[in-house]
Design a protein around this ligand. Structure first.
Ligand code: NI
Length: 255
């Protein structure tokens, strides 16, 4: 039984077969999924999937790459959707200096707005941090009560230690199976199993040997196998522990 804590099934890559794929995944052992939104429209789509499928949950938020298209209406819609009973987190939100390095202040303001919403609603945050480790850490330090996951963690082992000390979880995805994964594997070695989450980021980031193809939660077994091998656990133990972690962080009842 697997919990994919980060998969974008609202993405157009799934338009042709979403309603066949989701029940099939559920039948083959994918017990729970969180679908995070990236703007108001995809957050709305994530909520509607969560309403249709009992095992799918949603997160809502504006991704840093979308800062420019984000207006007051979008923010008030995010705020309203965040109170939906199947919205279990605020995300994915954060900072992305890889795609856009010239609007750091705008991205930071938007990230802080979401952190404050998460604190107010007592929900965790799903953080997207790409080439913005120092600033993400600085913002997270400003909200000591805030909890959540650094999705597809790509920072240093040093930063991981501080996040873990502050109660955060780390998300591991397909890249742990890549040849150049050395830095992420170092983090995987020091992360206590009870703070690991596994994610696909579907339709992106397919693990080896599916790299280059559309990703889905069925491929999480490659990530599970890598973690199991590295930590001397069985695949079943990795699945069970990461599922329990996700249920705890996202406060999922009746799982
Ligand atoms: Ni994502």
């Amino acid at each position: 039984m697997i919990f994919d804590t980060h998969a974008h099934y609202d993405d157009k890559a799934f338009d042709a077969d979403r309603d066949r794929l989701l029940p099939a995944l559920n039948a083959s052992g994918v017990a729970l999924i969180v679908d995070p939104g990236c703007d108001a429209k995809s957050s709305r789509a994530a909520i509607s999937l969560a309403e249709r499928y009992a095992f799918v949950y949603a997160a809502v938020g504006i991704h840093p790459e979308e800062w420019e298209s984000c207006d007051e209406d979008a923010l008030s819609e995010i705020r309203a959707m965040a109170e939906h009973p199947k919205c279990v987190a605020i995300g994915e939100v954060g900072l992305d200096y890889y795609w856009d390095d010239s609007h750091r202040e705008e991205q930071k303001r938007l990230f802080r707005w979401h952190c404050e919403l998460a604190l107010e609603l007592e929900k965790p945050v799903i953080v997207h941090d790409r080439e913005a480790h120092g600033d993400c850490l600085e913002i997270v330090r400003d909200y000591p009560g805030l909890r959540g996951v650094f999705h597809c963690y790509s920072g240093s082992a040093e930063m991981a230690k501080e996040l873990l000390k502050r109660g955060w979880y780390l998300g591991f995805d397909g890249p742990v199976t890549y040849k150049n994964a050395r830095k992420t594997l170092e983090v995987l070695e020091i992360c206590p199993p009870e703070r690991m989450l596994i994610e696909t980021d579907s339709p992106y980031m397919s693990p080896v040997p599916m790299r280059g193809k559309r990703n889905d939660s069925g491929n999480l077994r490659y990530v599970v196998e890598k973690i199991a091998e590295l930590r001397g656990l069985s695949a079943e133990e990795v699945e069970r522990i990461t599922l329990e972690n996700g249920v705890r962080l996202f406060n999922i009842k009746n799982a």
